[in-house]
Write a protein of this length. Structure first.
Length: 184
């Protein structure tokens, strides 16, 4: 008797904070550790080691860190950004990663991938601007942005991971991303 292998959905996660103990990194790790059956979460490390995007170095000899980023995201079925807000926008490290993933334009590793963004930040705007900018940039890069999948947490003093309602919203966002089916 043959049984079909369980289909897996691989989600590449881009964390917008480089700080080891950042709330957003911990969100990504908790989503990975509690991923639903059939979902593999791959937190993409090394974003801080990427050189700033420069077309002069994006040719036949792409930096190894950029090639690895592109390969990891190209192999994923979905992309999730988990990010705080820095000075009213997305962190530079996340913007740079999206720049690398957008090339070659229209055919980059992010092109055609369902994409969503969530995160926690202590700003009074709850990361709205960072999340808006991240979605806009990913959309221009060719991702299929799920505008309805938004989870922002404004108060850092809330135990984001320990609050079942908040963490439930994060898990629901992941499920919506995984369950997204492109329009026929």
């Amino acid at each position: 008797m043959t049984t079909a292998a369980t289909p897996r959905t691989r989600v590449a996660v881009l964390v917008g904070s480089l700080r080891t103990e950042s709330v957003n990194r911990r969100i990504a790790e908790s989503l990975r550790d509690q991923a639903p059956e059939g979902v593999e979460i791959d937190i993409i490390d090394g974003l801080g080691a990427l050189p700033f995007y420069n077309e002069d170095i994006d040719g036949d000899d792409v930096p190894a860190t950029a090639a690895q980023l592109r390969e990891s995201v190209a192999g994923a079925d979905r992309v999730l950004a988990v990010t705080p807000e820095y000075n009213g926008t997305m962190p530079a490290v996340l913007n740079n990663a999206i720049d690398w993933l957008s090339r070659p334009y229209g055919q980059g590793a992010i092109a055609g991938k369902p994409f969503a963004v969530v995160g926690a930040t202590p700003t009074p705007y709850g990361g709205k601007w960072a999340h808006d900018d991240t979605r806009r940039s990913a959309g221009i890069a060719g991702a299929v942005v799920l505008d309805e999948v938004i989870v922002s947490q404004t108060t850092i003093d809330t135990d984001v991971l320990g609050d079942p309602e908040v963490f439930g919203r994060l898990q629901d966002a992941l499920s919506a991303l995984v369950d997204h089916r492109p329009a026929a």
